[in-house]
Ligand binder design. Structure first.
Ligand code: GLY
Length: 371
């Protein structure tokens, strides 16, 4: 029977980032994915919204800021290890309010964030087109987050996967994990659609599919899928360079070649990746209010993905509460792309037994759901 030091279930950015870091340590690592590796991660907008996503104190904020900081070095590292450029774009993000009540909410966020980082600017409606000329002045105010950059999510997913493979990781795609093999409270392997594999360390990093993999372990992981629909529009004329984000969650992320990625709806409980006319209509209405030039563009494509959301909206990172050698890393919800670099590093240190990291990850421990 084939054996590995570590088996990772799930070949998205989280699973591949962890596998890559473990393989760098000289460990034998395999990734199993029921479909094509990275599929769910590729649906993401690629925003690195370490400030955009936080309106108040949150145990995740520090880790998000740290992960965002890693991206420039990670871009160079992944380019050299995989040959893939993740297209880090550093024009920042404008978060806008549409109504007076949005404005109050956004101003509260501005006060919270600017206390920690004075580079954050409040923009009155007439100032908005001065920082992003394609935007209308018909907003109720905005904040400028100059450090919330973006990458192209499908390229990040491919780069992590290729870097992992180049570091020696074996990838089993279209291979279903049928069962975790547990003997006397310790993981001893997995049964898959192509046969059994032996290991004493398994990491479940299968996004929204993680809960069902753990169903036989007497531990109910409250992580649900939240479907998100997106579309992309190609512009011929003037195009924005900054990410534009509305308080209601609609965003426009300008990619290379004037491709505007518009996201995303939020439909809790759905694994379905079909794209509805209602979803696209709602995105186009909201996005074109902020950036009227979008209506002159041509629609490139539409797609949908599935975010993994834990009951308390925090990631789940750490060991299974009862089973030795079984680890869980999921629930990154809207922030999987942003958090993927730090997650790989932290989980590698975690499984190596680093006590400092274990303490750091306490707020994200799977055990918080077992009490
Ligand atoms: N990160 C944005 C989203 O999940 O839609």
């Amino acid at each position: 029977m084939k054996a590995y030091d570590h088996i990772i279930i799930g070949g998205g950015v989280i699973g591949c980032s962890i596998a890559y870091r473990l393989a760098e340590e000289g460990l034998s690592v395999a990734i199993f994915d029921a479909g094509k590796a990275g599929q769910a991660s590729m649906a993401a907008g690629g925003m690195l919204g370490a400030q955009n996503e936080f309106e108040r104190e949150n145990p995740l904020l520090e880790m998000a800021l740290e992960s965002r900081m890693i991206f420039p070095a990670l871009r160079d590292e992944l380019l050299s290890e995989s040959g893939i450029d993740i297209e880090l774009r550093t024009a920042g993000l404008v978060k806008t309010a549409a109504t007076e009540s949005d404005r109050d909410e956004l101003h509260r966020q501005f006060r919270f964030l600017s206390k920690k980082d004075p580079s954050i600017q409040w923009l009155e409606p007439e100032e908005v087109p001065k920082v992003e000329p394609c935007m209308t002045s018909r907003t109720a105010g905005a904040i400028l987050l100059e450090k919330d950059h973006q990458v192209k999510a499908p390229l990040l997913a491919k780069a992590f996967l290729k870097a992992a493979v180049n570091a020696g990781v074996h990838v089993y795609e279209e291979t279903k994990v049928l069962r975790l093999v547990i003997q006397q409270g310790q993981i001893s392997g997995i049964d898959t659609s192509i046969g059994p594999f032996h290991t004493t360390q398994v990491m479940v990093a299968a996004g929204a599919w993680s809960s069902s993999l753990l169903a036989d372990t007497d531990f109910s992981l409250p992580v649900i899928p939240v479907k998100g629909e997106c579309l992309s529009i190609r512009l011929a004329g003037p195009a924005p360079v900054k990410t534009v984000f509305a308080v209601d969650g609609c965003y426009i992320v300008p990619k290379r070649n004037k491709e505007m990625l518009i996201g995303a709806t939020s439909i809790p409980g759905s694994f379905d990746t079909s794209v509805t006319a209602r979803g696209i209509l709602s995105l186009l209405k909201r996005a074109s209010r902020l950036l009227p030039v979008l209506l002159d563009g041509t629609v490139d494509r539409t797609w949908a993905g599935v975010r993994p959301q834990a009951a308390d909206h925090l990631p789940v990172m750490g060991s299974h509460p009862f089973i030795e050698g079984l680890h869980i890393c999921t629930g990154h919800y809207r922030n999987g792309i942003l958090l993927s670099p730090i997650t790989g590093i932290r989980m590698k240190e975690y499984v190596k037994g680093c006590q400092k990291v274990k303490k750091m990850l306490t707020p994200f421990s799977p055990g918080r759901f077992s009490v």
